[in-house]
Write a protein that binds this ligand. Structure first.
Ligand code: LIP
Length: 264
């Protein structure tokens, strides 16, 4: 598929960074059997991947800023553009040898996400979107699912775990959604959850406590596929608050009624 110059840069960087990840993932599967597990090895892989992404993107656009999961913020000189990068979104899956994780690259221009790439190097599924130009899985145009009743919907979510998030609040939320939805899933990679909503595989997704690099690219994908993504509680931009709800317009309204926290 012919990409615009900016998507070309992003796709090129993601593909280049995916080669060592694929190698490392094979190694992780072997390390599984050791008692110490592959955690340190994975941290190295994360950092190496981020370095490749950084170097490729900086070479193509030397003045842009960076916001990266591992390396934090790096201020560029143009004052407008920021690359928002998660080198391996779904790290826990990666560590456990579960082939569901992705490289996620978003490009923000003056506060708005204008381009996004999400790439699962194991399944070779490449999700791309550019503002106003639609969302794609490889060369197929994406559209969110049309199901409008929660009773028919498969809803995916993030579950807060040891040391993370508000467990009690999640229990309340899941009880409400469980009573209405056709099915609930927890796959463990926010970028792919959003990409799957864009592809119409999941009807809706919510999760709280995320970081901008988990969701920047995915938010654009869902919007470009005709869906709605906002802060669960109706606050400002979801990639800034990290509390996200994504669905088609009708399901979004119904689910937000269930999940929105009362003000104050
Ligand atoms: C992960 C998210 C996932 C969430 C995990 C974690 P990471 O990102 O994608 O949705 O539930 O706790 O934040 O850390 O693998 O990049």
């Amino acid at each position: 598929m012919a990409y615009s110059p900016i998507l070309n840069v992003m796709v090129g960087a993601a593909r280049k960074a995916s080669r060592p990840i694929r190698r490392d993932f094979g190694e992780v599967e072997n390390l599984q059997v050791s008692l110490k597990g592959p955690a340190n090895f994975v941290t190295k892989s994360d950092k190496r991947t981020e370095q490749i992404l950084h170097d490729e993107l900086a070479r193509a656009r030397p003045t842009y800023s960076f916001l990266m999961e591992e390396g934090g913020s790096v201020e560029g000189t143009d004052g407008q553009h920021t690359w928002i990068i998660d080198p391996i979104d779904g790290t826990t899956n990666f560590i456990h040898g579960i082939p569901h994780f992705a490289i996620s690259i978003g490009l923000e221009r003056a506060g708005t996400i204008v381009a996004g790439v999400i790439y699962n190097p194991i399944t070779d599924e490449l999700f791309t979107a550019e503002r106003g130009q639609g969302a794609f899985l490889n060369d197929r145009r994406l559209r969110v699912a049309a199901r409008s009743r929660i009773e028919d919907a498969v809803v995916t979510c993030g579950i807060p775990h040891l040391g993370r998030g508000d467990h009690e609040l999640f229990q309340t939320e899941i009880t409400k959604v469980q009573a209405k939805a056709a099915g609930i899933r927890r796959f463990g990679a926010a970028s792919l959850d959003l990409a799957f909503v864009a592809a119409g595989r999941f009807d809706a997704y919510w999760e709280r406590g995320l970081e901008a690099w988990d969701v920047a690219a995915g938010i654009l994908l869902v919007r470009e596929a005709g869906g709605r993504v906002e802060d669960v509680d109706g606050g400002p931009e979801a990639h800034e608050t990290g509390n996200i709800l994504a669905a088609n317009d009708s399901l979004f309204t119904q689910l937000q009624k269930e999940l929105k926290l009362p003000k104050g």
